[in-house]
Ligand binder design. Sequence first.
Ligand code: ZN
Length: 255
Amino acid sequence: MANEIKENERLYRTEAVVIRRMNVGEADKILTIYTPDHGKLRVVAKGVRRTTSRLGGYVELFTKSRLLIAKGRNLDIVTQSEPINIYRKLREDLNLVAHASYVAELLDRLTEEGSQNYPAYELLIDTFSGLNSGDDPNITLRAYELHLLSFMGYRPQLQQCVRCQAELRPVVNFFSPELGGVLCNECGNIERRSAELSVDALKVLRHLQRTPFNEIPKLRLTDNLRRELEQAMRSYTRYLLERDLKSAEFIHTVS
Ligand SMILES: [Zn+2]
């Protein structure tokens, strides 16, 4: 009896999405998973690269599973896995592979291990579901960025000028990654480290920011506007992370 209790204390169950995988040793993988209750975790899946492995495909990249995990001395160990959703298209369609990789990489870069953030978990699931079921990948990524940045405490200020606090007018304004939001036309002309932001781009960013992720309607945007939105968000994440995401280039390579 005592042994049984001891055994159970070493195990825990969690839902999880695999956001990164790395081969180690001859047949193992280290998985970075994102979970509802523990945030990001690094766990090891032993023997998973052998064809006979029972864990097999359920620890594939981007898969949502129910895991049974044993506490290990260094890394915890996945002992059982049962798939909930494998988001097949995110592994088969190269363009979606690239977009899903970006979603996973941004989450990985913005989070510390063991720091719980349930809204971010839900957002990850909703984003993968949306991409898998044919939502516009480009707009999905912009909405994902805006919501994730808010959950992580980096919500960009899109209503008032981040320098003089004036209400933003429908003219060409500026986006400042360093100040975390939009500068009015006057301040933007003084602040050198900012880029022009068109009236339409600001409108779309505001719309995506205030609309719950699951309620964002289909938007028809020109290629120019898509590029402008992407550049603004990319300049902001690059500033926060002090680097470019590898998967941002990947998206352009495959599309
Ligand atoms: Zn201003």
